[in-house]
Design a protein around this ligand. Structure first.
Ligand SMILES: C[S@@+](CC[C@H](N)C(=O)[O-])C[C@H]1O[C@@H](n2cnc3c(N)ncnc32)[C@H](O)[C@@H]1O
Length: 312
């Protein structure tokens, strides 16, 4: 599978985790999340590389990926019959990128975490040459700066931009949403998922207690120093960010009520990965989304937004 990787990260990213940037207190978001990620990679590489069938997280994350994919079915056209250009901002280990390349799409993936990109590279190598005519370009970089060779991510050049589980970890999500939206061709779609308020609070009380409940309520921040920093969004805030990026919001739906969500205790983790049980979890997720009160307790929102057909 044709894959090109650009290991051109800014110096502060290359220095992590041994050297923290001096502005870590003013802008904890990226360094804290990345330092936490890098530590997890060094301590539990198999858990982190959840696309590997040997990973203890394989079935768990596969179920979550399926939850996202089912919500996108019929909303965003990602069919192998019409290859598209896709930008996957914060592609991680490639759980969306690798199957998209396998389906024949031309995908550019950016991520700030080197071990995640290396895992994505390995999974791309694992695709059979016959499985499709797709291609991948991987970039080690910071989406907040997007200091990457411009010709790799030109304006108005992508049919679809993915920003899955990204904006809630950033210092300035609105400006990143604007920058990513600029890359969409007229009529192209942006797919965004973020941690949701208040579902993320209910799921991660440890981080709420660490940052202090009052600050958590006031600033909507869940944080553990040098491990994670999350700003969960309510659905209205997410809609405003997407509209502020010039996009029309087509849908915002709740997901992750059960796996890694506030009602996780309802799941038997030993049964996840068996088709009947996964279907049962998906049915229960849909029921929780259907009911107006429980719908608000989602751990994550999944939004789809579209660029205008012609620029104003
Ligand atoms: C929760 S993971 C989600 C990964 C992937 N989108 C998925 O859904 O599997 C968050 C990802 O965002 C990346 N990330 C966080 N801040 C970033 C930044 N400023 N620039 C690029 N990637 C960033 C992390 O390295 C990590 O891979």
């Amino acid at each position: 599978m044709p894959t090109t990787t650009h290991w051109t990260a800014p110096p502060w990213l290359q220095a992590l985790p041994d050297q923290l940037p001096s502005w870590v207190d003013e802008r904890p978001q990226v360094p804290w999340n990345l330092v936490g990620l890098l530590r997890s990679w060094s301590q539990h590489p198999k858990s982190m590389d959840f696309l590997d069938p040997e990973s203890p997280n394989f079935s768990w994350k596969a179920l979550q990926t399926r939850m996202y994919q089912e919500l996108l079915d019929g909303v965003v056209e990602l069919s192998p019959t019409r290859p598209q250009r896709i930008l996957d901002a914060a592609c991680g280990v490639g759980r969306f990128l690798v199957p998209l390349v396998n389906d024949g799409h031309e995908v550019v993936g950016i991520d700030a975490c080197r071990p995640s990109l290396e895992a994505a590279e390995r999974h791309l190598v694992g695709l059979s040459q016959e499985s499709g005519k797709g291609s991948a370009t991987l970039i080690w970089g910071d989406v907040e700066e997007l200091v990457v060779p411009y010709d790799l991510v030109p304006d108005e050049s992508f049919d679809v931009v993915l920003a899955m589980e990204l904006l809630c970890y950033l210092a300035d999500p609105a400006s990143v949403a604007r920058s990513l939206a600029k890359r969409l061709r007229p009529g192209g779609c942006m797919v965004v998922s973020v941690e949701a308020w208040p579902g993320a609070l209910l799921t991660d009380l440890h981080a709420a207690k660490t940052v202090g409940m009052e600050r958590c309520l006031e600033e909507r921040v869940l944080a553990v120093p040098l491990d994670r920093w999350v700003h969960p969004f309510d659905a209205q805030e997410l809609a405003s960010i997407l509209q502020g990026a010039g996009l029309e919001v087509l849908s915002i739906r709740g997901t992750h009520y059960l796996p890694d969500g506030p009602m996780m205790d309802l799941i038997d983790p030993n049964r996840v990965g068996t088709p009947d049980y996964d279907n049962e979890v998906l049915r229960l997720e849909a029921a929780l989304r259907q009911e107006p009160e429980t719908a608000q307790l989602a751990r994550a929102w999944l939004a789809v937004a579209r660029a205008p057909e012609t620029n104003p």
